[in-house]
Design a protein around this ligand. Structure first.
Ligand code: SAM
Ligand code: CA
Length: 245
């Protein structure tokens, strides 16, 4: 993404997975080089390098967001988790590494091929046993889970990073599946900054398509009394929701 710093200088983000909305690339680079890369587990670095060569690498979670997810999971002592939207598995690996050895991740994606790019790295890291990957759309899987009362309140954490036009549908179901005190994290809630762009601003087609869904989601989350929320400018914006009712 081309951006402009406060001196009016045009430049390109260099890092794969860089979707940060920070005004200065130098500041973002500082965060990565000072606090993120030196502490990035070796398998995550390997998967990041492999993903960088993939044509859809724009979709990957950035290294700073991966670090954030790992920290959050440890802070809440997450054990039973879910991920919607896996791609090559960078956030999945961050999750798998953060969970205890008997932790679980129900991981869903319509595309298995990309998951298989990351799978050898996940296996080598010794955390593949925590992952139950399901190929296909996530919504029917959630519906199936909701049908069985024993799944209600059974998840500690869910990372939602897939089709933005379905987030509100995921939310309805996830609120039954996540425990009171559990966390749902919705990714890309600042949607490349487009949430504040005038409607006639030039935008890539997919950004324009999902923009209104993201705006509506943000309003709905802010008005939802069953959750406490915190929207962070990490990556492309991530909204942390804690179920309170
Ligand atoms: N979390 C991933 C990472 O760290 O690399 C990035 C996920 S990528 C932004 C979004 C993914 O959502 C894609 O791999 C896509 O195939 C998947 N997806 C799209 N629609 C979906 C659906 N209805 N159900 C499940 N996955 C879906
Ligand atoms: Ca994302």
């Amino acid at each position: 993404m081309a951006s402009e710093n406060k001196d009016g200088e045009q430049h390109r983000h260099q890092e794969v997975g860089h979707k940060s909305l920070l005004q200065s690339d130098a500041l973002y680079q500082y965060i990565l080089e000072t606090s993120v890369y030196p502490r990035e587990p070796e398998p995550m670095k390997e998967l990041r390098d492999i993903t960088a060569k993939h044509p859809w690498n724009l979709m990957t979670t950035s290294a700073d967001e991966g670090q954030f997810l790992g920290m959050l999971l440890k802070l809440i002592n997450a054990k039973n988790t879910m991920e919607i939207g896996v791609y090559t598995g960078y956030s999945l690996l961050a999750t798998a590494l953060a969970l205890p050895d008997d932790g679980k991740i129900l991981a869903m994606d319509i595309n298995r091929e990309n998951f298989e790019i990351g799978l050898p790295v996940i296996q080598k890291a010794g955390v593949a046993h925590k992952i139950d990957f399901r190929e296909g759309p996530a919504l029917p899987v959630l519906d199936q889970l909701v049908e069985d009362a024993k799944n209600h309140g059974s998840f500690d954490f869910v990372f939602v990073d897939a089709d933005k036009d379905n987030y509100i549908n995921y939310h309805k179901r996830l609120l039954e599946l996540v425990k009171v005190g559990g966390v749902i994290a919705y990714d890309n809630t600042l949607w490349n900054g487009s949430v504040v762009a005038p409607p006639d601003a030039p935008m890539r087609k997919y950004i324009r398509y999902y923009r209104d869904f993201v705006i509506e989601l943000n309003k709905a989350l802010a008005a939802d009394e069953r959750i406490e929320i915190c929207q962070l400018p990490v990556g492309d914006g991530v909204t942390i929701c804690r179920r309170v009712k």
